[in-house]
Design a protein around this ligand. Structure first.
Ligand code: ADP
Ligand code: MN
Length: 174
């Protein structure tokens, strides 16, 4: 398969800044932003609400089917907190955003998350669950952790990611 433009995945624990970063990167590159969580909710790509984890039980097959044609085209910034169920071939770059515990705690509290859900997500961040998942699912050369603690980080990360993608496009089709 060859696509004219790369696909990037921006992953990380909820609250690390995936959506904010993805929007800016997509805007700068003229790429499509796919917020997987919104697709799951709005297109019904799930098997119901999970009371325990306070989220929809995402249907991996439905999500991948819904994304397949656009991913084959290329030019996508995919924004999701998980990364192990997408086909490995879809992505040319996998960015794992990270944030420090207190900052993450504050962001999730502002979002109105329950104490339990905040604690689970902060633990997930401390244990680097998403980085490990990305490292097990994709070639190490394309997995890039970036810190997103403040707005300086945000600006720098957007510039770095845009630079990487422009470099890939200059190198020709993948
Ligand atoms: P995610 O999509 O990973 O859950 P969001 O992009 O929604 O995270 O960001 C969560 C909150 O943190 C938002 O209120 C956003 O404005 C803020 N935020 C995101 N990135 C940063 C950053 N680098 N510095 C400060 N605040 C940030
Ligand atoms: Mn988000």
């Amino acid at each position: 398969m060859s696509r004219s433009r790369p696909n990037i995945l921006i992953t990380g624990t909820p609250g690390t800044g995936k959506t904010t970063t993805s929007e800016l990167v997509a805007q700068a590159l003229g790429f499509r932003h796919i917020n997987v969580g919104e697709w799951v909710r709005d297109k019904g790509l799930h098997s119901g609400w999970n009371e325990e984890f306070e989220c929809f039980d995402l249907d991996e097959d439905k999500v991948c089917d819904a994304m397949e044609d656009l991913m084959a085209e290329g030019g996508n910034v995919v924004d999701h907190h998980g990364c192990d169920f997408f086909p490995e071939r879809w992505f040319d770059l996998v960015v794992v955003l990270q944030a420090n515990n207190t900052e993450l705690f504050d962001r999730l509290q502002r979002r109105g998350y329950s104490e339990k859900k905040i604690r689970e997500n902060v633990e997930c961040e401390i244990m680097m669950v998403v980085l490990e998942e990305a490292s097990e699912s994709y070639r190490p050369e394309i997995v890039k952790p970036l810190t997103s603690d403040n707005t300086d980080d945000l600006e720098r990360n957007v510039a770095i990611i845009v630079g990487w993608v422009q470099g890939m496009m200059a190198a020709g089709p993948r």
